[in-house]
Write a protein that binds this ligand. Structure first.
Ligand SMILES: *[C@@H]1O[C@H](CO)[C@@H](O)[C@H](O)[C@H]1NC(C)=O
Ligand SMILES: *[C@@H]1O[C@H](CO)[C@@H](O)[C@H](O)[C@H]1NC(C)=O
Ligand SMILES: *[C@@H]1O[C@H](CO)[C@@H](O)[C@H](O)[C@H]1NC(C)=O
Ligand SMILES: *[C@@H]1O[C@H](CO)[C@@H](O)[C@H](O)[C@H]1NC(C)=O
Ligand SMILES: *[C@@H]1O[C@H](CO)[C@@H](O)[C@H](O)[C@H]1NC(C)=O
Length: 403
């Protein structure tokens, strides 16, 4: 013991150097922690390629407090049409939701998400939604024609980029009660105030809650014609990537079973609809789409992108059994129904299935969309996706180029 004491005591000087070193390391660690905090609170940089895979594994539950400020746009996503039975599919609702989330990012506020999302029966062939005899009340009809927001999305994962709470949460109740107590200092029902004013005018910026439900514009319209798209933008892939954990897990399992695969998304169904003009001639908005989404055309078109023998995952709303079978002469075909043992116990609505399939499509080595949406996209057709309102005669002939 004595020897140890003796050897330690003379080391008093190196000890103070040690102290300096420890301080130095602590400061570096602190700086690192601060920069980590800054980068995780999400208001910093939203790049168009958010790294999601490993983000999704972290199980940080976000804490929301009354020190945060809140933005409320209403209790349901206001898609064009406003009613569930006229409401468009998930993609359209996501455009509206993304617009609202972008505003929350801009205002650095926590967004209050509707706890349920409208699901158009037309988009839900998965099980007949329980139509109660009692369906006279608007509320019970709404419950039957909607699905829980958190059955689709992972709120904690979204909160890593833009903080969100649900409008059926304790926190929201807490915010409501507090804002009522604070009165005019707590909440403002704003209409016709620009988002720049909401951010910069101290009358608004200091409020606990901004209630935007009075805006006559539908959610989607708030962003549609915004001049400055470059200012803030969540990538299109943001919400698709924010799928709830069990949906992500299902997609991961299926992707693991698919191994190395390519994928095509073949939109047919409702978008093929034709109508007769006044001379009784059938017309369509996408004149080549029916032809281009037939298996013979697909085989020809994708030959240069997908080598023979590859596993090809097909996501489609085509319901004719065996419709895509001709593709099996060159590819190993896979569909969602090949994995019904994974999906059936899990999937309650078509929106959930759609979310899983999107993750599978995103994971493909080569992914071919129906329409070209972006300069780098591969597509089955050259028809534009955007509704041109130009009803044309469908074209079935090929221009003799062969394959
Ligand atoms: C994610 O984490 C796993 C290990 O958990 C690692 O193998 C993988 O490379 C990581 N991926 C990315 C994109 O960082
Ligand atoms: C009718 O709806 C109300 C409220 O939605 C509910 O409390 C009640 O149990 C329902 N009755 C039946 C017979 O389903
Ligand atoms: C938001 O404002 C609308 C009026 O525009 C009002 O009907 C609604 O109760 C308000 N909601 C909250 C949570 O303040
Ligand atoms: C567009 O956004 C940038 C960056 O936020 C800003 O500097 C610029 O003033 C905006 N332009 C318009 C026309 O609002
Ligand atoms: C999927 O099911 C179809 C039809 O039963 C079959 O031909 C195909 O080989 C299956 N694909 C996979 C990857 O299991």
């Amino acid at each position: 013991m004595a020897t140890i004491n003796k050897t330690l005591k003379p080391k008093a000087k190196p000890g103070s150097q040690m102290f300096g070193l420890v301080m130095c390391i602590s400061i570096i660690a602190l700086l690192f922690l601060i920069s980590y905090q800054l980068s995780t609170n999400g208001f910093s940089i939203i790049s168009s390629s958010i790294s999601l895979r490993n983000l999704s594994r972290s199980k940080n539950q976000r804490q929301h407090t009354l020190h945060d400020k809140y933005l409320y746009w209403g209790n349901r996503i206001d898609c064009p049409g406003k009613h569930c039975d006229t409401c468009a599919g998930l993609g359209h609702q996501e455009s509206s939701l993304r617009c609202a989330l972008e505003e929350a990012i801009f205002l650095q506020r926590t967004f209050v998400m509707p706890s349920r999302m409208c699901i158009n029966p037309m988009h839900n062939t998965k099980g007949i939604l329980h139509q109660s005899d009692n369906a006279s009340s608007a509320e019970s009809r709404w419950a039957a024609m909607s699905c829980a927001m958190d059955s689709l999305y992972d709120m904690d994962l979204i909160s890593e980029t833009v903080p969100v709470i649900l409008d059926n949460s304790k926190m929201w109740y807490h915010v409501l009660v507090t804002s009522m107590k604070l009165g005019a200092r707590g909440v403002a029902h704003v209409a016709g105030v620009s988002r720049v004013d909401l951010k910069e005018n101290s009358h608004y910026s200091s409020l606990l809650l901004i209630n935007r439900t009075a805006s006559p514009l539908s959610w989607f319209m708030e962003c549609k014609d915004r001049k400055n798209r470059s200012a803030i933008m969540l990538p299109h892939s943001f919400l698709p990537s924010m799928a709830s954990e069990k949906l992500r897990d299902a997609a991961d399992k299926i992707k693991a079973r698919l191994g190395d695969y390519d994928a095509i998304h073949v939109r047919r169904g409702d978008i093929l609809k034709t109508r007769k003009d006044r001379y009784g001639v059938e017309r369509t908005l996408h004149p080549h789409l029916d032809r281009d989404t037939h298996p013979e055309s697909i085989l020809c078109r994708i030959k240069k992108w997908v080598p023979p023998g590859r596993t090809l995952y097909i996501a489609s709303n085509e319901r004719t059994p065996g419709f895509f079978s001709p593709l099996s002469i060159r590819y190993k075909l896979a569909y969602s129904f090949n994995y019904s043992y994974i999906l059936d116990p899990l999937i309650e609505s078509n929106y959930q299935l759609f979310m899983v399939e999107r993750l599978i499509l995103m994971g493909a080595k080569t992914f071919i969309k129906t329409y070209k949406e972006d300069v780098n996209d591969l597509s089955l057709t050259d028809d534009p996706k955007k509704n041109t309102k130009n009803w044309q005669i469908p074209v079935y002939s090929t221009d003799g180029e062969g394959c």
